[in-house]
Every structure is written in structure tokens, then in C-alpha cells.
Design a protein around this ligand. Structure first.
Ligand SMILES: [Mg+2]
Length: 460
């Protein structure tokens, strides 16, 4: 195994050989988003966007830390934090330079923990915790190299990237040799694409107008604002009530006109036959894709829906638990659009596998974002894909939602409907210390005051 991306990707601040991880600090951070119905959809009517957050601290003396998190929507964030805490023994005392040179070794150790594996395997709370820890390592590695993560990945040697992917359970669809060929071919012409990326950014679409709890007036105003801001695609939440959905789709279509792509998102609300009927009933408004029409585990259900609702595309991925299910969705011809999530699966390593699978099957990746911090993370994966893997942004857009970015040190920047390429080193994962203090649950300043004011609403 090639041990590192090579000296050319290392900055002068490469950690001292003897430096170790000395702490994995965790935080339960919750934002009271349910009060404005931001994020409301047919299955999640009152989310409090939350982060089970961790900081890797080292004794390198260079001031660098690795930051990572799982995204949850409120209650249960303490369970997610506990899952990250359970991984601490795997990380404490590890050599910082070895971690940064080969995050894949830690990833395999976490996934392969002989007792914790029973809680998955490779799915759910434990797997999301692994993703948070692994992503924190990548944040640290990119910071040590002095590069934003997208560039750290794009500059990396293809053979080293292949070494970072776990091919177990996917080699029937993608072999290491095929991955190497995709990455080697993907590098050709990358300097020109990097220049395009820096000049123009990466295309985005916005979900901000379409939350289910918003009034028609607010929907119209925000849809028109999206148009004015340069977006060419918006998304509406659907699935609670068909008559409401027809009215809201009509309202949104009237606001943006016929030329803007309008996706709809049911957040897993339907059975397969219901998904087909409902999507067809919205057909007159020309939906671009139907997102999460049914259970994220139902590969064949998605395939049946896709066959029945064409030309409306079928999209899913934000709750797809690992690369194996993505493999099956692709093998079954079940999706037109793959919506990977930076914090759902086992971190950057598994998302490399998922990007490679999508490239292998020729399916565009339009990542899930929104949440808290998900836009910050996932932009790096799409930008790497453009610069050094598929080489295209055609029919590819990253979701954008315009809230909670102010809590990050290196927040996403949107210009004319495009994500600007991050320039700061790392994975853009680092939250402001004052935000962590204020929104820590239940003892941060915000929640302490809130719970004092409303003692009858303290959750058990
Ligand atoms: Mg969605």
C-alpha cells in the first residue's frame, strides 16, 4: 500500500513523527430550528438540527485539530454522541502522522471492531459515528497538508486513493483495478477543471423555498428569490396531502416559470404503488426528480417506481446506509440520481467508494446537504469528483439550504447559484467555539435559559 499521497501533497506543517492523538472531545449541539419550521417535511415535521460533534486534539504543538460530526435532528443526539465516545479507544494514542497518511487503516479498524460491529454492521448510529471520526481525521490530514479537502483528494495519487477504499462487498460491481483506471483517467486535464472550479464554482440548487411548513406566500417569495439569486433548480417537500402538494407545486411553478428545474421530495413517505400514483398526479408540474419516494432500503421498490414514473427521475441516498445498498440501487437500475451524504456513511473513505460506483455506472451524484454543516462537508466531495474523477458538472447539483452556516469558521459561500470552491485548509467542518458553547444541550447558554423558561417541556 502506498503510504501517503506523496510529498507534493504535504505542506510544511506535516505533524511531527512522534505526535499522538491525546483527546477525542465530544459535544451534543442542538439548534432550535423546529420553531421556525425550517427543515420541516412529510416525515420530519419538527426537526431541531443537531450535531454530535467531536474534536481530535493532538500533542503536535502545531495548533491543528480534526473536527467532525454526525448530523441528527434533535432527540437521540445524545445516543449519537455516546456512539462516538465508544470509538475513543481506537483513536487515543494513535500517531498523528500515520493517521493523516492513511485514514483507511483507522476506518477499517473502526468498522471491524469485533464487538461494536454487532450494532450494525455498517449501518445506523454506530456507522454514522464512524463517519464522524473518520471525517475528523480527513479534516486533520487536509489541514496538515495546508489544503482544502477537495484539493487534497484531487492532488492525491490514484493508487493511494484506491488504497483508501474498502472493496469488500462491492468488488462484484467495481474492482480495485477498475477504480484505479477511473481515477487515472479522471486526472487528465484536472488543472483546467480546477481553474474552472475556482472561477465559476460548482452548481447548486436550493431547498429553502420548499419546506412543508411554509405558507404559499412564503413559498412564492422564496422561489422568486431563488430565481433572482441565480439558482436553476429548486426543491419542494411533498407527501403529506395530495391536494396541498398540487396547490404548492402549482404555486411554485407559477413563481419560477417553465424553465427552472423543480424537484420534489417525499422523505420516504409512501408505499411503492402510492409513490407511483402520487408522482404521476404531480406530473403536470413537470417535476425533475422524485426524491426518497419510499424506504431507503427498498432497492426493488425504487426500481419499480423508476420504471413507472419516467420521465420523472428517481433520486435517493441521504438515508442509504452504506456502499452496499448504493451498489444494489445502481445494479438494479433503481435510481437516476445518487444523493450521497457526507455524514451518513462511514466518512470520506466510504464516500470515495460511492463516488467511484456512481462513476462506474454513469449515474450523476447530486449530494444531500442542508442540515447543519452538511453543505460545508459535501461540497468537497463533489468538487473532487469534478476535478479528478468524472470531470463534469452536467446534470449535477449540490443541495443548498441557507441556514446555520454562521456557526462555522469556514462557511460555504454561494454566488449566482454556485458553491464557491473553499480555499481554507481542511474539511470546512469546524464550528465556532461560541456556537458550541451556546447551543450545547442541555447546559449551553441557549438551552439552559430556554429550559428554565419552559420547565414543563423538558424531554425525559
Ligand atoms: Mg431529501
Amino acid at each position: 500500500m502506498s503510504p501517503s499521497p506523496g510529498p507534493s501533497t504535504r505542506g510544511p506543517s506535516m505533524p511531527a513523527a512522534a505526535a499522538r492523538v491525546i483527546a477525542v472531545d465530544t459535544y451534543d449541539i442542538r439548534f432550535p430550528t423546529s420553531r421556525s419550521l425550517d427543515g420541516s417535511d412529510a416525515m420530519n415535521p419538527d426537526p431541531d438540527y443537531s450535531a454530535a460533534y467531536l474534536v481530535l486534539r493532538t500533542d503536535a504543538g502545531d495548533g491543528l485539530e480534526g473536527h467532525g460530526f454526525s448530523f441528527t435532528i434533535g432527540r437521540g443526539n445524545e445516543v449519537q454522541v455516546a456512539a462516538i465516545d465508544a470509538l475513543r479507544p481506537h483513536v487515543l494514542g494513535r500517531s498523528v502522522s500515520e493517521l493523516c497518511a492513511d485514514p483507511g487503516t483507522l476506518s477499517r479498524a473502526l468498522i471491524g471492531d469485533s464487538q461494536l460491529r454487532w450494532l450494525g454492521p455498517e449501518k445506523g448510529v454506530m456507522h454514522m459515528a464512524i463517519g464522524a471520526v473518520v471525517n475528523a481525521v480527513w479534516d486533520l490530514a487536509a489541514k496538515a497538508a495546508g489544503k482544502p479537502l477537495w484539493q487534497f483528494l484531487a492532488d492525491a495519487d490514484p493508487a493511494w486513493l484506491v488504497s483508501q477504499v474498502d472493496f469488500r462487498y462491492i468488488a462484484d460491481a467495481l474492482t480495485p483495478d477498475e477504480a484505479l483506471e477511473l481515477l487515472t483517467r479522471g486526472r487528465a486535464g484536472r488543472a483546467a477543471r480546477e481553474a474552472v472550479l475556482r472561477a465559476e464554482g460548482y452548481p447548486a440548487y436550493t431547498t429553502s423555498p420548499g419546506w412543508l411548513g411554509y405558507s404559499d406566500e412564503k413559498l412564492t417569495r422564496l422561489a422568486q428569490q431563488a430565481l433572482a439569486d441565480g439558482f436553476t433548480q429548486i426543491k419542494l417537500k411533498v407527501g403529506a396531502d395530495l391536494a396541498d402538494d398540487i396547490r404548492r407545486c402549482r404555486t411554485a411553478r407559477a413563481a419560477v416559470g417553465p424553465d427552472i428545474r423543480m424537484a420534489v421530495d417525499a422523505n420516504q413517505r409512501w408505499n411503492v404503488d402510492e409513490a407511483i400514483r402520487w408522482t404521476r398526479a404531480l406530473g403536470e408540474f413537470d417535476p425533475y426528480w422524485i426524491e426518497e419516494p419510499t424506504s431507503p432500503d427498498d432497492v426493488l421498490g425504487h426500481a419499480a417506481i423508476r420504471a413507472a414514473v419516467a420521465p420523472v427521475k428517481v433520486a435517493t441516498g441521504e438515508h442509504v446506509q452504506n456502499r452496499v445498498v448504493f451498489k444494489q440501487l445502481l445494479q438494479a437500475g433503481a435510481i437516476d440520481v445518487l444523493q450521497l451524504d457526507a455524514a451518513r456513511v462511514g466518512g470520506v473513505n466510504e464516500n470515495l467508494a460511492i463516488l467511484l460506483l456512481a462513476a462506474r455506472f454513469g449515474v450523476p451524484v447530486c449530494p444531500h446537504a442542508g442540515g447543519v454543516g452538511l453543505c460545508e462537508l459535501v461540497q468537497h466531495l463533489s468538487m473532487f469528483d469534478f476535478v479528478a474523477l468524472t470531470g463534469t458538472t452536467e446534470d449535477r447539483v449540490i443541495e443548498y439550504v441557507d441556514h446555520l452556516h454562521e456557526h462555522f469558521l469556514d462557511p460555504v459561500e454561494i454566488r449566482r447559484g454556485h458553491y464557491r470552491a473553499p480555499t481554507g485548509p481542511g474539511f470546512s467542518a469546524q464550528m465556532r467555539p461560541e456556537s458550541i458553547l451556546q447551543y450545547s444541550y442541555p447546559d449551553g447558554a441557549f438551552w439552559a435559559a430556554d429550559l428554565r423558561d419552559q420547565p414543563q417541556e423538558i424531554p425525559a
